[in-house]
Ligand binder design. Sequence first.
Ligand code: TXA
Ligand code: MG
Length: 333
Amino acid sequence: MTEVYRIHSPQSDNSAILRAAETLRRGGLVAFPTETVYGLGANALDAAAVSRIFAAKGRPTINPLIVHVARVEKARELASEWPEAAERLAERFWPGPLTLVLPKRRIVPEIVAAGAATVGLRIPAHPVARALLEAAEVPVAAPSANRSNEISPTTAEHVRKSLGDAVSVLLDGGPTPGGLESTVLDLSSDRPRLLRPGLIAPAEIEALIGPIDRAPTVARDSHQPQRSPGQLPRHYAPRAAMECRAIAGRARVEQLAHEGIRVGWLALGGDDRPIPGVTTIAMPTSSADYAAQLYSALHMLDDVGVERIIVDLPPDTDEWLAIRDRLWRGSVQ
Ligand code: TXA
Ligand code: MG
């Protein structure tokens, strides 16, 4: 049975935080909120504990995990190099939704790095995550707290439904504010490279450290070599087949509904009057609000049991990059 604790504030619910921290130190799995999505954590220095994450998620062992720490000094203890770019980015964006990939020290077990010579590091900003990391006193490896290839969880309920009793302790801190996974930036080779777009936009990074290589998204080119399994097509996907429409989403929805198909529609900024038999969700026109609501909208459509999801595609601008990336991945068959 999973122990579930509702955390209103880390101070008033300190005993639950201490319980979760102790569970981590003993090799158990703890799900916790971050400012992006819920994570499924284990002591990153304990290979046996980390292997339980892979088992619980059904995650391929070729996919490395992000290690979460409470402070910059702790991150530096896990990286064998700490370039100027890391220093600047950490100072500006940590705590926050940015993961830096750096050469790892030997202390980081192979299983965390999926056999690579690097480690992904981040300091999350969510108060519950920070309190947990402080109390645990160990670095915490944590992928998103969902079965592999499913949609990431933005509520404790999503975690419970996806992972069931595989989690020892679940800290319920309410819905996560950001709603999309962190930006992953590789600093381990000569030129910084964006491995996964996220809540921090490439332009914000470039303003600080100069030009970076922007990873092609699935939409632009699916034939590039994959540096990060999060870049694999067909990731972050709902159960229903999803279709992105740059134009005429409504007409497509009407056509499918007419054919008797149960349709869910993520409508954006146009005519979203209800269509009989269609589950319509009017999505926010601000990218930050859209990001915060996207996964819960997809979870909801899965729960309703629609057969097809039609998405009005947001504009092709930097601001919407991470959202478009997840929408395209979710729609790859
Ligand atoms: O916002 C987030 O990043 C959330 C929260 C829980 O922190 N975590 C998350 O973890 O999304 P996960 O495992 O679902 O995605 C981690 C991504 C994957 O695409 C993985 O391949 C990549 O980061 N990654 C991790 N370590 C890496 C490394 N050493 N080299 C290259 N890519 C790495
Ligand atoms: Mg994930």
